[in-house]
Design a protein around this ligand. Structure first.
Ligand SMILES: Nc1ncnc2c1ncn2[C@@H]1O[C@H](COP(=O)(O)OP(=O)(O)OP(=O)(O)O)[C@@H](O)[C@H]1O
Ligand SMILES: [Mg+2]
Length: 405
């Protein structure tokens, strides 16, 4: 889950300005327009950090800060006081009330960002178990043969999972040579894996990862592969391992778009996956590649049930029959994705995965159901309250497909 920040200000414009900066940096923002609202909101959504205005009707920022310090939900969180009052007395008052930092308005967004980072780093170090209740599910999409739909499936899975469970999902593109994840969401490559590779692996933390990921409105956060393959040279298997370990503590789902190889970084992704979706197309070379992948998984002692075999039809017309493929691979095909023609191409051109662009069309619905099927058991058994209406529909539709999971 992303880090949640509470912003309290009675001026709508200020709320919007501060929120925009924070959202862009990947934080989840909750807002309140006065002290009472803030005290109410922390009961259901305790934040990791709070930014408080001083001059507000009813309760000023100093008093609110004092209340936060007495409340066990917020007693230890970093608090920044943001105010137009800049006298020394005002600063002293802020620190006396329990604030950690003080920033005068108007402020530079860069300065706010830097201060938040420092304060969060400090608390994360002090309280490593802060997010220990989240254990994200890692789903790897893989094929040794190119062009069979790995990126199509991983981008749609990430989009659907974030929509179904109303929670941000990390899409990690490990195809360093020609990864297209950002393109599939029509996002400019402002940040990429290169930002992570430039830091020593041991220094990778959630703040760095959140700033290296691209943020899509759907809630998908993408760790994109760099524009030029050579820019990923500094990314090691250790970077990949630590990145997935950290993301797992903050995101309910982490989807890996893997390249068609067994390099060390790819193997790290496969080793760490809870579920591997092995994709193949109904043609000889692809079946052979799937066979090689299954052999390798067996040498690596991956349990059989970790791999779901998915037959995708990226082309129209004749292809090998399902039963023939199953007997060649000595493994049952769990799911067949039908050829969807132009729907996929237009979703790529638009930079909007089918599951987002046309969720009710056959392909969009199919991919959403597939995402439901691969969701955490605990989510399926006990869906979070806000998702209930939606889940009921998806569940009914997915069950009707009678997939062999
Ligand atoms: N079910 C489908 N129906 C129609 N077109 C599909 C389907 N699945 C994939 N495609 C198309 O096949 C092409 C390859 O898909 P994609 O890029 O996802 O594969 P990939 O395995 O990630 O390949 P690579 O990474 O090697 O480029 C894309 O143009 C995509 O639109
Ligand atoms: Mg791809």
């Amino acid at each position: 889950m992303p880090i949640r920040i509470l912003v309290v200000d009675d001026t709508e414009l200020n709320l919007k300005l501060v929120s925009a900066i924070l959202i862009k940096d990947g934080y989840e923002v909750i807002t309140a327009r006065n002290g009472l609202e803030a005290l109410d909101v922390i009961k259901t959504s305790p934040p990791a950090l709070a930014i408080l205005d001083v001059m507000m009707p009813d309760m000023d920022g100093y008093t609110l800060c004092g209340h936060f310090r007495q409340n066990p939900l917020t007693s230890k969180i970093p608090i920044i006081i943001l105010t137009a009052l800049t006298g020394v007395d005002d600063k002293i008052k802020a620190f006396d009330s329990g604030a950690d930092d003080f920033l005068a308005k108007p402020f530079e967004p860069q300065e706010l960002r830097a201060r938040i980072k420092v304060l969060l780093r400090r608390t994360v170090q002090e309280e490593p178990a802060q997010n220990s209740d989240v254990v994200g599910k890692v789903i790897a999409v893989f094929s040794l043969r190119g062009g069979v739909g790995v990126s199509m499936l991983s981008s749609n899975l990430a989009a659907s999972l974030s929509q179904i469970w109303r929670s941000p999902v990390a899409l990690v593109d490990l195809a360093f040579m020609n990864g297209q994840s950002a393109l599939l969401f029509d996002l400019p490559l402002r940040n990429t894996w290169a930002d992570v590779g430039n830091s020593p692996a041991k220094e990778v933390d959630i703040t760095l990862l959140n700033s290296a990921m691209l943020h899509h409105d759907s809630g998908v956060r993408i760790l994109a592969s760099p524009r030029r393959p050579e820019d990923s040279e500094t990314v090691t298997a250790e970077h990949v391992q630590l990145t997935i370990e950290i993301l797992r503590k903050h995101y309910e789902y982490i989807v890996l778009d893997l390249p068609h190889d067994f390099t060390e970084t790819t193997l790290t992704g496969l080793d760490m996956a809870d579920q591997i979706l092995l994709l193949l197309a109904p043609e000889t070379a692809s079946v052979r590649c799937a066979g090689n992948a299954l052999d390798t998984f067996s040498h690596l002692k991956y349990p059989d049930e970790r791999t779901t075999l998915i037959l995708n039809w990226p082309f129209k017309g004749k292809g090998l029959p399902r039963t023939g493929i199953e007997s060649a691979l000595k493994k049952e095909i769990n799911i067949v994705i039908p050829f969807a023609g132009d729907a996929v191409v237009s979703s790529i051109m638009l930079g909007k995965p089918s599951a987002l662009q046309t969720p009710l069309d056959p392909l969009g619905a199919f991919l959403e159901d597939l995402a439901y099927l691969n969701s955490k058991e605990e989510h399926k058994q006990n869906p979070p309250e806000i998702t209930r209406d939606r889940i009921w529909q998806v569940k009914k539709r997915a069950q009707a497909r009678q997939w062999k999971s």
